[in-house]
Ligand binder design. Sequence first.
Ligand SMILES: NC(=O)c1ccc[n+]([C@@H]2O[C@H](COP(=O)([O-])OP(=O)(O)OC[C@H]3O[C@@H](n4cnc5c(N)ncnc54)[C@H](O)[C@@H]3O)[C@@H](O)[C@H]2O)c1
Length: 249
Amino acid sequence: MIKVAVCGAYGKMGQEVCLAVENAGDMELAAKIDIQGDAYRTIEEAKKSVDFDVLVDFTQPKSIYENALYCLNNGIKVVIGTTGLKDDEIANLKSLSEKNMTGCLIAPNFSTGAVLMMMFSQMASKYFDNAEIIELHHNQKKDAPSGTAIKTALMMSQAKESFKKGNCPETETVKGSRGGTSYSDIQIHSVRMPGFMASQEVIFGSAGQTFKIRHDSTDRKCYMDGVLLAVRHVIKENDFVYGLENLLK
Ligand SMILES: NC(=O)c1ccc[n+]([C@@H]2O[C@H](COP(=O)([O-])OP(=O)(O)OC[C@H]3O[C@@H](n4cnc5c(N)ncnc54)[C@H](O)[C@@H]3O)[C@@H](O)[C@H]2O)c1
């Protein structure tokens, strides 16, 4: 049995992860960690009382780097769903994971549909000079743009060095109306409002045509197969992985 600790156990994602772990035949929910509710307050506190093989983190952008550093410095394999990590932080976690030979998997999105959206967007990038990303989330989301949008842009940038921003000199009459510029000059637009859970549309354009790739998450259950796959992976391979697409190949 794989003993799993869930950090952020009382959050929207954490609660689903606890249920998924409890229902998985090869896993056991060893510890709940959260700054609220009836749970261990920190990873350190939990580790002193119970034994676990892997920690799954769905907390918040301002905690995730410290949580991940703690795990990798203390031989705790970690699966990270929390978004908001910066490029240099991801690079540091990769070095630490490899140096200490402690498994670490970071996935900005654990749903297979969203991962396929990213892979298809990377494929389409070769054939279009213009592309922009619109991501739409619930209004409790703390980071913008979403980790999924950033990862999509990164994967697209591996297929094309730079995208056109438009086709003529532009003036922004209202600041921010053209969104934020990401990898390969891809514009990302973030929408936050009640009614959405997590959606993203990648729009490609060329003369006389547009091509849209869209994914909608309608229930947090869509992430759970990916989370369980990631847990099984870090236990077995003990390596560093950034992106669930690396496990779907
Ligand atoms: N990778 C994915 O597929 C995916 C999918 C959905 C959401 N997310 C990300 O997961 C994160 C959590 O999302 P959510 O909607 O569940 O948020 P949430 O606010 O509902 O839950 C976060 C939980 O973490 C707890 N928490 C915060 N800081 C903590 C700390 N330092 N230690 C322990 N617990 C702490 C909070 O008390 C809360 O219970 C966000 O970053 C979100 O963007 C990722």
